[in-house]
Design a protein. Sequence first.
Length: 248
Amino acid sequence: MGLNSPGNRQASQPADNLPAHPNDPLRNDVYRRPLETALGRLGVASGWRCADVGAGSGDVSIALAKIVGKSGRIYSVDIDPLARDEVASRAATFSQVVAITQAGEDLLLPEPVDLAFCRFLLMHVHDQAAVIRRMALATKPGGFVVMQEPITSAGRIDGTVFSMEGALYPDIGALLPSLTRQAGLELIDCWAESQAWSGEGIVSSYLEHLTGVNPGDSPVVLPPLVTAIGRVGDMTGSKILPSSPTEW
């Protein structure tokens, strides 16, 4: 069902069957909730065309494939050819998943999509505005761009501030609302989610995998993940024009 007929949208199916991935246990738990919220908010359903930009190992691509079904299409895009090969392997039973090797700044898809999605991507690129523009241009008028990025320094381990070596912009999530509007998108919704924990559990297991150190009983507050939803308006050339106000 296309996005241009909001009154006829089908209810979205829950993305509660995100495939487990041995190197990413937390993403399949804590980060599943903001993903489900966003997809449910938009009513993603059978037949949708979606792009997962910076797809990595493809967990989001496969979750989307289960929702859109055989009549839909998922473009799983990553700059790393090894990531493309991993997605192709994991999604072998999903003919609707197409793995593409491409940088977000150069995003060019075979067809316009209803939804362009990225997560943990903008924190690693130099020109976030260029990536968001390309995502918007790849999306049909009335479609959506959804971005999920962290505010790393807002996380805490036993009161100590989180850091993320190697990330160009570890706190880019704090800028998502303004980046969305600056790209010419209509900001539909924006929120932040996190999880706090102490003792054994998925959070401590993930941190041990990530850092090699188990936090034990130290209190942990994960960096909030900010989700921004922008709606694409009419486009003239490379400019994205604001859409007319509509009831959401």
